[in-house]
Design a binder for this molecule. Structure first.
Ligand code: NAD
Length: 492
């Protein structure tokens, strides 16, 4: 394995967002040959930060030899990199903003506060108290000594967004600004339409903004493991693209599948919107020589990173209701207020998971190591692969043995349309092999940490106030109903 701090030391200006390509190179005609042409010196670049060195071969300077890069525990990072986070007020956007700012990046962000609005519409709220964006930015300035630039912009508002991108000229983008709820997207034609529109038009606007104002920037776009579904054949979930030696056999014929996008089988209209996001990005890299990494992220859980732990005024949001909470977070909240931990159907559905702290580490490593121009890269961002039943049992055990609670687990009628028994083999190698990632968390410790925080009176009261929103009722077949309990009091 590469030294985690040095995984990108040998990358060159070819991968750097601070250079501009010179001359009339038809990249599409070059295709994969572009890389070797660059090596042969047929392609020159100019550094936007070091104009004094003039035109040069993009392969001639490596990150470890360039004074614009500095060594960090996450690899070489472009000094003061301008990163724009789309969806900065969200569960993941805020901790990423803090971490990047602490690393010396110039952090810019937008959000239209849609998440706050939609959670409130459902009668719920973040059960970790959070200040307004301005209050949190002020706290970050006082407590961490960092500056963060934020604008209340809707990514679907092309004019405002393009103007901000033109002003900042980011060197990297992180696309988090989407509506991320499967049940919300299945609740009605209105919520399905809103999800598809918001997520797809937003991403499309990002692609055009990059093409016109920041073509050398790299982008990290959030996909989800739910794009793949859970193929009943047991086909492994490769990292977005088939490996080089994959073949399709039919009758007497055989074809190579190497490098092709793997099939998608999305599990809700939200996931359908994510699949379209994948194609939007894939095509933009191809048409306009943009570069980006599509992150097929597992379900994220937990609430701590070193920066978030500094002070409660830096909290990130933490939702626990049926629509906006994710599974482990919801289980812990249910256990804290004595509500049953609800598992759907058999509970043998298997999914990939990652803590918020590990997810942040991955994001910084990916930002530190942009793909080549025109390259669409995909990683599966997962550390643990577990069944929902196992997770409920682990949460219940820790609640009982270490926090003096008496959790119960219920199997309820499954409101979703999904396989309850299925093979699930996730390939997740690239982050470790190519980007130096190594997990710093584990499921039990993160659950303990969540119990500690959620049992504080301020959070416990907020969970109590949202109690009615804990029990699931949204059906994939339409409408809502009180779901039947199939089995009460499962062992753990
Ligand atoms: N949290 C998870 O478990 C998980 C798992 C897999 C993938 N993802 C993906 O990661 C991304 C971030 O997830 P999250 O959990 O932080 O969600 P979140 O809802 O907390 O954050 C998204 C933020 O984007 C904002 N937003 C939405 N539409 C916008 C628009 N048009 N313009 C500006 N801002 C907009 C929201 O107000 C919110 O603050 C999403 O794309 C989601 O699909 C999340």
């Amino acid at each position: 394995m590469t030294d985690p701090a040095q995984h990108n030391a040998g990358k060159t200006c070819w991968n750097c967002p601070a250079v501009e390509f010179k001359g009339h190179v038809d990249f599409r005609a070059c295709g994969q040959a572009a890389f070797s042409r660059a090596a042969e010196g047929q392609l020159v670049v100019e550094c936007k930060r070091r104009e004094e060195i003039g035109y040069f071969d993009p392969m001639s300077i490596t990150y470890d030899a360039c004074p614009e890069y500095e060594a960090t525990e996450f690899g070489y990072l472009l000094r003061g990199m301008r990163v724009m986070i789309l969806g900065m007020d969200g569960y993941l956007g805020w901790p990423l903003a803090l971490k990047l700012a602490k690393l010396g990046c110039q952090v810019f962000g937008i959000d239209n506060m849609l998440r706050r609005e939609l959670v409130a519409e459902r009668g719920a709220q973040s059960v970790l108290p959070i200040g307004s964006m301005q209050e949190r930015i002020e706290s970050a300035r006082e407590l961490l000594g960092v500056e963060i630039d934020f604008r209340p912009i809707d990514l679907c508002d092309r004019e405002e967004f393009f103007a901000y991108v033109e002003e900042v000229k980011p060197e990297a983008f992180v696309q988090y600004a989407e509506i991320p709820s499967a049940p919300y997207s299945m609740a009605s034609v209105e919520t399905a339409t809103k999800t598809i529109y918001n997520n797809n038009i937003g991403t499309l606007n990002l692609m055009f903004a990059m093409r016109d104002y920041a073509p050398e920037a790299s982008m990290i776009k959030l996909g989800t493991m739910g794009e793949y579904g859970s193929p009943l054949t047991g086909r492994p979930l490769f990292e977005g693209l088939f490996p080089g030696d994959a073949v399709l056999q039919h009758g007497d014929d055989e074809w190579s599948l190497g490098g092709e996008l793997v099939p998608r089988d999305p599990v809700s209209f939200y996931h359908v919107s994510k699949v379209q996001g994948t194609f939007t990005m894939y095509e933009s890299c191809k048409y306009w020589w943009l570069r980006g990494i599509d992150v097929m992220q597992g379900v994220v859980y937990g609430l701590h990173t070193p920066e978030l732990m500094t002070d409660p005024s830096l909290n990130t949001r933490f939702d626990i209701d049926e629509w906006w909470g994710t599974v482990i977070n919801r289980f812990v909240a249910q256990a804290v207020v004595g509500a049953p931990l609800t598992i759907f159907g058999s509970g043998n559905q298997i999914r990939g998971y990652i803590t918020v702290a590990d997810a942040m580490q991955c994001m910084i490593r990916l930002l530190a190591s942009p793909p080549e121009p025109g390259q669409y890269e995909v990683v599966n961002q997962v550390t643990d692969v577990l069944s929902v039943r196992e997770l409920a049992q682990t949460v219940a055990r820790i609640g009982r043995d270490e926090f003096d609670l008496t959790p119960t687990i219920q199997r309820i009628e499954n409101p979703r349309v999904e396989a309850e028994e299925h093979p699930y083999e996730v390939i997740h190698e690239k982050l470790e092999k190519d980007f130096g990632f190594s997990s710093q968390s584990n499921v039990e410790d993160e659950i303990r940490y969540m119990f500690k925080r959620l049992m504080e009176p301020s959070s416990r009261e907020l969970i109590e106030a949202s109690r009615d929103t804990l029990f699931p009722k949204t059906l994939w077949s339409g409408g809502e109903k009180t779901l039947e309990v199939v089995e009460a009091d499962l062992d753990y």
